[in-house]
Design a protein around this ligand. Structure first.
Ligand SMILES: Cc1cc2nc3c(=O)[nH]c(=O)nc-3n(C[C@H](O)[C@H](O)[C@H](O)COP(=O)(O)O)c2cc1C
Length: 188
């Protein structure tokens, strides 16, 4: 069974995280260790509703200030981590090694252990600082996966758009999904 850390930071687009967790749980046996930053918790309430609960989709959920958690240490083995969505503040923390919360520390550990680190930045427009931080992290091996869904599979609604985006991420992590692959004919 694969084990991943999922970090949700305070950017718009927390629906990507919710859908990712749902689809991973539906199509795979995985152990998900979840961290939702304080700002992300407020955005989850705003964008997904007061009653939204993501923790039931995880094996274990950690408080973002729990710097004693097992995932703080490289001795705790994982198959990688995804930050979805990734705020520009969290991106900056990662690019400078400023690990002052559990999400940043776990991602810092993932990088130092050379495990897959996937970042789904969400901001527009992007400043030179944002772009510079992304380039640094990409050069150090992180996968930069901007929250930019494609349209070539001819989505009929928002669900189709979000699903195909999270299936692409699951592909990168080596997880099973019903992704629509280019080369098949899509009909409108
Ligand atoms: C409703 C709302 C939406 C936000 N969306 C974004 C966003 O898309 N991208 C971003 O970088 N910051 C966004 N922010 C700002 C971040 O939440 C803020 O920079 C925060 O410090 C991020 O902290 P965290 O990364 O520790 O969660 C948003 C804030 C609010 C209140």
């Amino acid at each position: 069974m694969k084990r991943f850390i999922v970090g949700i930071s305070g950017a718009s687009g927390v629906i990507y995280a919710q859908r990712f967790l749902q689809k991973v749980a539906k199509h795979n046996k995985t152990e998900i260790h979840l961290i939702v930053t304080a700002n992300a918790q407020a955005i989850v309430r705003h964008e997904l509703g007061e009653k939204a609960d993501l923790s039931h989709l995880a094996f274990r959920t950690y408080a973002p200030d729990d710097l004693m958690a097992p995932i703080c240490s490289g001795s705790f083995p994982t198959d990688g981590m995804i930050v979805i969505p990734c705020s520009m503040k969290t991106l900056a923390g990662l690019a400078t090694g400023f690990a002052d919360n559990l999400l940043l520390r776990a991602a810092d550990v993932t990088m130092k252990e050379k495990r897959p680190l996937l970042l789904v930045p969400r901001e527009m427009p992007l400043s030179p600082i944002h772009l510079d931080n992304m380039l640094k992290l990409a050069n150090w091996g992180a996968h930069i996966i901007p929250a930019c869904p494609g349209f070539y599979h001819l989505p009929k609604n928002l669900d189709d758009l979000i699903d195909q985006f999270v299936f692409r991420i699951m592909d990168i992590l080596g997880l099973k999904s019903p992704i629509q692959r280019w080369g098949h004919r899509f009909s409108s």
